[in-house]
Design a protein around this ligand. Sequence first.
Ligand code: NAD
Length: 322
Amino acid sequence: MHVVVTGGAGFIGANTVRALLSRPDITSIAIVDDLSTGDKENIAGLDVAFYEGSVLDTDLLDRAFRGADAVVHLAALPSVPRSLSDPVASHHANATGTLQVLQAARRAGDLYVVAASSSSVYGANRALPKQEAMRTSPLSPYGVSKLATEAYLTAYRHSFGLDVLALRFFNVYGPMQPAGHAYAAVVPAFITAALEGRPLQVQGDGDQSRDFTFVDSVAQVLSEAVARRIAYPDPVNLAFGARTTLKELIGELESVLGFPLSVTHTEPRPGDVRDSQADSTLLRTLFPTVAPVALREGLERTVRWFREVSCHDGPDAPSTTL
Ligand code: NAD
């Protein structure tokens, strides 16, 4: 089976490519990535074909999709704050990019497409846990672009009979997630701050909660989906129903690191949702063999990776202010 991974040089993409390569039923992989947020280092040494360029480039997509059986579509400009700075760029990459990927999948012979949507589509809807049938109400341009992503997949199934699966990722974390830039996600931002002895910056009071998902579980679901060509008419949550506040996350991180962390609080971020937790019933029905990785173990593995790449040994740690 030949699989194309768009965004394969990114955090989730590079982990997914490794999961796919470990399967005997996947014989070859092509990656399409414009390296706008990804890094070629993430896929260094892997046996893959690399097509550098945008999913908005239809000729590039046609070349990359030739002979493929399936597409894992992860290419996107992630992050809510990035979409507030440049909504049009997020729309082009995420919404128009998905449309171009679906068009190319049809041209290449109705390839199976599994794609990343996001829990941000639930937005202002405060009910918990999030069930797929709940009303969507994105609060940011990013959330809108992901709603468009999943809606295009649904429409291509109904209009053209394409086998598709849109997965709503929640907060994914793990090795290779970038830190050290303005749009860094909370787990890598906290870990790098902790390892460098800087205070952790919490936006808001720290009682906001998230359903943190270790990247291996996401990669496992994506590779299972491809291998078994799992299609579904509506979007499916990809998280396991845990709900962790940022304060609890910091406590777990302190326990993993073995030293106390100092915290500063800033204003809550516009466009951010307060709480997030998935109802995972549908996911567990479609993927009965995929098991979640506990937060403790996921954080241990993530911290180990950050220590290895940065050679940080840890604390000159300031005392906790939480
Ligand atoms: P990432 O930034 O590490 O990966 C995205 C990849 O897409 C990068 O390699 C980037 O270079 C590439 N890319 C961006 N625009 C492109 C374009 N126009 N053409 C080709 N490649 C392009 O982010 P990630 O966290 O790995 O996210 C992967 C997917 O998962 C994205 O679709 C994101 O929206 C979605 N998602 C992630 C999370 C999370 O918690 N990380 C949560 C919800 C949804």
